[in-house]
Design a protein around this ligand. Structure first.
Ligand code: SF4
Ligand code: SF4
Ligand code: SF4
Length: 184
């Protein structure tokens, strides 16, 4: 087992209070196999993170602050803030390409985690649907079919299907939606 895997297992043990049997299983088998069966729930975050970032406490323990994720992101939406990767989705979207995860050597970004940024769009009265015009841009832009357009009123978004990529926000010419942290 590599030192990175060992560090990861210890952090997960502290964090999730794994049983000794689970720890032993984790030490005997590759990390990905030992935890893939029990992915953690979707994250609610104060700060937007790359899509497969660990929960905040674990992220702070595992991230070395190397900035490799920020370097490989071709959309240039990751910046390092207080030694941790932060997403800025105001002016560009996330492709969900997961190149950032692939670049992370410490498992602070981990491939077994659900890919989501911790943000979700909120629609406002600038949306042209609010005054009776028609538009489907955000719905068309969404890779997860998370947006439905009701007969009247603002678009609706499914927290179950939204991955927080911000394509909807970038597609809107009327500033009718912005990304916000998932409601707790
Ligand atoms: S998934 Fe791709 S576009 Fe999104 S933050 Fe990571 S590297 Fe950037
Ligand atoms: S690549 Fe991993 S360890 Fe390096 S800054 Fe990004 S999240 Fe942290
Ligand atoms: S609603 Fe769709 S396009 Fe908008 S952030 Fe969620 S997944 Fe991305």
């Amino acid at each position: 087992m590599s030192r990175i895997d060992e560090r990861y297992l210890r952090a997960r043990l502290d964090h999730t209070r794994l049983s000794r049997r689970e720890l032993l299983r984790g030490l005997l088998h590759p990390v990905t196999a030992s935890f893939a069966a029990t992915p953690p729930p979707r994250q609610q975050r104060e700060t937007p993170r790359p899509p497969q970032a660990q929960e905040e406490t674990l992220l702070a323990r595992l991230c070395s602050g190397c900035g490799a994720c920020a370097t490989v992101c071709s959309n240039q939406i990751i910046s390092m803030e207080h030694g941790l990767p932060r997403l800025n989705l105001e002016h560009n979207h996330c492709d969900l390409c997961l190149a950032c995860t692939a670049a992370c050597e410490t498992r602070a970004l981990a491939p077994e985690l659900p890919a989501m940024t911790g943000l979700i769009p909120e629609f406002n009265d600038n949306c042209v649907l609010s005054y009776g015009e028609s538009c489907t841009l955000c719905q068309q832009a969404c890779p997860g079919q998370a947006i439905t357009l009701p007969a009247t009123g603002l678009p609706l978004v499914s927290a179950e299907y939204c991955q927080g990529c911000s394509r909807c926000v970038q597609s809107c010419y009327a500033s009718g939606c912005h990304m916000h942290p998932l409601p707790v």
